[in-house]
Design a protein around this ligand. Structure first.
Ligand code: CA
Length: 495
């Protein structure tokens, strides 16, 4: 078993038309041979915006593109047979499907209900007005086309903690639903931004309702009977009480598979917050390294003014390496998206070398960086902007390098503001490599590999530097770093 490497097989602007599941099946074999081990798929169930939904507006968790709901049978990515075929193709090629799970909210209710709400200060969710208001809200989900297949559970106002739209009186805001649960308060063990960040959007799921809790456990077991499951990517974890995922992930490991890979999206750059969350979930899952992504973004904007010795400062991978999923960009950070802090293309080979070739962290590669993407969208000012995300030319080689050379003890060479690097010493069965990079001009790093590496010829596996390097009788050599680039020096005789 080589080094684990995730691939995010979609982006925000994956084209509509129901083709993605077919593309997954078609590319599975190539991905496996490229060094990918786990494939993160987008939400597979029906969203409120039907075939136009990226998948984060959960409507019906049991509709995997099977029922004529929200305007179509298929989702944006294809229909249920295509989804099953995609997961099977991944499985057949030894790749683990990682499924995106959006449990925080539901949208696109089938019916309005008469509810009682209390208005909430949107900027401080702990300020909940005393006054109770009767109104109509979209809180009843009956899934009329599914007709109870797989689950007869009907979601209603007892299943949600809050909404953002009411009618009669017609208002938009944040409203706490008054029901049997929580004594009028939000769920706890959520992020404390805005006082209490339980509420994000749509009809916010009330996890304290035991029927809801059991239904979501049942859904996880049911889902794993429909398709192969290698793991889960848990959406919006900062808005969901930590105790829920502590229990739910434990239940999935008990019932679906003890070795499930689980990564939660807790979008927060502060290590104290993430460490606290990991404690609350009994350290049963991994988190995306948001802080490192921001460092990459900053470094890519600053050019040679960025001190590369500090690239890992404040990152999750430096403090909790066993719980860090490292990444360069994702569907929320790509240009024109909500958390836009995209990493400039020139820096991506450096960033990918820093997540793919080091000992710490589990890296995740983003679809546009491997295959490229072109799209357009409206900017905040209303103008339509065209974006082209180029495929990162050296990424396939970096993926190969991860599988072939990223082994053994690591020696850091972070001793210069612009030219940094590290050595992977290899193991008995796998050779190592010397990684050097510069965010400025060309440079070099002197490395002592020891006498057992005397008179060895090295070449740059990435081909960014055409020369060769030969060690002296002590196994010592100067390894060139190309300007604004990265080099992976490996023994010439092992190619
Ligand atoms: Ca919530």
């Amino acid at each position: 078993m080589g080094n684990r490497t995730l691939f995010q097989f979609f982006h925000w602007y994956t084209p509509d038309g129901g083709e993605l599941w077919s593309e997954v099946a078609q590319k599975a074999s190539d991905l496996a041979s490229s060094g990918i081990t786990d494939v993160w798929l987008p939400p597979a169930y029906k969203g409120a915006s039907g075939a136009a939904s990226v998948g984060y507006d959960t409507y019906d968790l049991f509709d995997l593109g099977e029922f004529d709901q929200k305007g179509s049978k298929a989702t944006k990515y294809g229909d249920r047979p295509a989804f099953q075929a995609a997961c099977q193709a991944l499985n057949d090629n030894g790749l683990r499907p990682i499924h995106d799970v959006v449990l925080n909210h539901k949208m696109g209710a089938d019916e309005k209900e008469r509810v009682v709400v209390r208005r909430v200060n949107a900027d401080d969710r702990t300020q909940i007005e005393e006054e109770e208001v009767e109104a109509l809200a979209y809180t009843r989900f009956t899934f009329p086309a599914r007709q109870g297949k797989y689950s007869e559970f009907i979601w209603d106002k007892q299943c949600f903690s809050g909404v953002d739209v009411i009618e009669q009186p017609d208002e938009i805001g944040v409203f706490k639903l008054v029901n049997e649960y929580g004594e009028g308060q939000w769920n706890d063990e959520v992020d404390d931004e805005l006082g209490n960040f339980d509420y994000l959007m749509g009809a916010d799921v009330e996890f304290r309702n035991n029927a809801v809790y059991e239904e979501l456990k049942y859904w996880g077991r049911w889902f794993a009977e429909q398709v192969p499951v290698g793991g889960f990517r848990l959406d919006a974890a900062k808005h969901i009480p930590a105790w829920f995922f502590r229990d739910w992930v434990g239940h999935m490991r008990d019932t679906v598979g003890a070795d499930l890979f689980v990564v939660a999206e807790y979008w927060h750059p502060d290590m104290g917050t993430l460490a606290n969350y990991l404690d609350l979930v009994d350290k049963q899952l991994m988190l995306f390294d948001v802080a490192l992504h921001h460092r990459f973004h900053d470094a890519s904007k600053a050019g040679d003014a960025f001190d590369m010795r500090t690239i890992f400062d404040g990152s999750l991978v430096s403090s909790k390496p066993d719980h860090a999923v490292t990444m360069v960009d994702n569907h929320d950070t790509q240009p024109l998206q909500s958390l836009e802090a995209s990493v400039e293309p020139w820096f991506k080979p450096l960033a990918y070398a820093l997540i793919l070739l080091r000992e710490e962290g589990t890296p995740c590669v983003f679809y546009p960086d491997l295959y490229g993407a072109k799209y357009e969208d409206r900017k905040d000012d209303g103008d339509v902007q065209a974006v082209e995300m180029p495929a990162i030319g050296s990424l396939p080689k970096l993926l190969q390098a991860r599988q072939r050379f990223a082994y053994g003890a690591q020696i850091d060479l972070f001793d210069d503001p612009t030219v940094v690097g590290f050595v992977r010493q290899g193991t008995g069965s796998n050779p190592g490599c010397i990684v050097v990079m510069s965010n400025g001009g060309a440079g070099r790093k002197t490395v002592e590999l020891g006498a057992d590496h005397a008179h060895v010829v090295f070449k740059d596996f990435l081909g960014h530097h055409e020369g060769e390097v030969t060690t002296d009788e002590h196994g010592r050599a100067e390894f060139p770093a190309s300007a604004g680039s990265v080099n992976v020096w490996v023994r010439k005789d092992i190619e």
